[in-house]
Design a protein around this ligand. Structure first.
Ligand SMILES: Cc1cc2nc3c(=O)[nH]c(=O)nc-3n(C[C@H](O)[C@H](O)[C@H](O)COP(=O)(O)OP(=O)(O)OC[C@H]3O[C@@H](n4cnc5c(N)ncnc54)[C@H](O)[C@@H]3O)c2cc1C
Ligand code: FES
Length: 253
């Protein structure tokens, strides 16, 4: 797929609590590149000496009608904090689309996300539902207020929730949710590493195909610096180029 280095204009910066923002960006030249769910962008962070490396952020959604790209950002350190406080009208430079993306098979699909790991699952759910797949989402967070874009997810499938404090849905982790007793053709998952490893274990027990999106620390994002390497059953691979989405059969978990 062709990669672009493009300026996008921040049209809307919607605060979702103190930790998250939903950024809606339009391409400065009006041309939105094609993107596959699960791919990501490398964001240039302006005005910060400590963040000269771009930061990888998942494609949250592509609103074709409004010609907007959505990025869901969680405040982690200086780069993401700078991004979260960007004013509408600011130009933000992106390299995109990067990485491979999720499989877009038909079937009974369970999309599992934890924390800001829900980000790539919204666009994935939309594209899968357009392919007549039966889509269910299982979204997990510490608490009710950390659950992101619930109303958006409901447009594309049935939504199941688990919260650690029991403030919404079933109390506990996504990995203890009762929906996991159902049979699915494919589980697609993004979130904290321990969560993805636990999901992979359950998928193996149920003999269900499973894909996970890894969030190894990245620098270049294009397979040049080798800083994101993962040791797989096919040897060392760059997560930014060969991933970030992997079938669990390829991972040494
Ligand atoms: C493929 C991919 C997709 C991602 N999608 C999203 C997303 O949609 N929304 C979102 O909010 N975050 C996403 N992240 C994580 C995001 O890239 C990091 O939180 C961000 O780079 C941290 O930068 P910072 O300057 O704010 O924090 P820093 O001060 O650099 O670091 C703060 C914390 O973030 C971790 N971190 C730093 N750099 C990276 C990095 N390049 N990759 C992963 N973790 C890092 C550090 O280990 C540290 O714990 C994604 C990461 C990857 C690899
Ligand atoms: S981030 Fe440079 S090779 Fe993956």
């Amino acid at each position: 797929m062709i990669k672009y280095i493009k300026d996008f204009i921040l049209k809307e910066n919607i605060e979702l609590g103190s930790m998250y923002s939903l950024l809606k960006l339009s391409p400065a030249d009006g041309i939105m590149p094609d993107m596959i769910p699960g791919q990501f962008v490398q964001v240039d962070i302006k005005g910060s000496k400590n963040t000269f490396l771009r930061r990888p952020i998942s494609i949250n959604f592509v609103d074709k009608e409004m010609n907007l790209l959505w990025l869901l950002v969680r405040r982690a350190g200086e780069g993401t904090s700078t991004l979260i406080s960007a004013p509408a009208g600011e130009a933000i430079n992106l390299i995109l689309p990067l990485g491979n993306g999720f499989s877009l098979d038909n079937g009974k699909m369970l999309l599992i996300g934890g924390g800001v790991g829900v980000a790539p699952l919204l666009y994935l759910g939309k594209i899968l539902s357009e392919k007549d797949s039966n889509v269910s989402f299982l979204l997990g967070a510490r608490s009710k207020q950390d659950l992101l874009e619930l109303e958006e997810f409901k447009k594309y499938g049935e939504v199941f929730v688990s919260t650690e404090d029991g403030s919404m849905g079933e109390k506990g982790f996504v990995t203890t949710h009762s929906i996991l007793n159902d049979k699915f053709d494919l589980i697609q998952c993004c979130g904290p590493l321990p969560m993805m490893k636990a999901v992979a274990k359950i998928a193996r027990l149920h003999n269900t195909q499973c894909e996970v999106s890894l969030e190894n620390v990245m620098a270049c994002g294009i397979g040049a610096c080798l800083c994101c390497v993962e040791d797989t059953t096919e040897g060392n691979v760059c997560v930014c180029k060969e991933g970030p989405v992997f079938n669990i059969d390829k991972l040494k978990w």
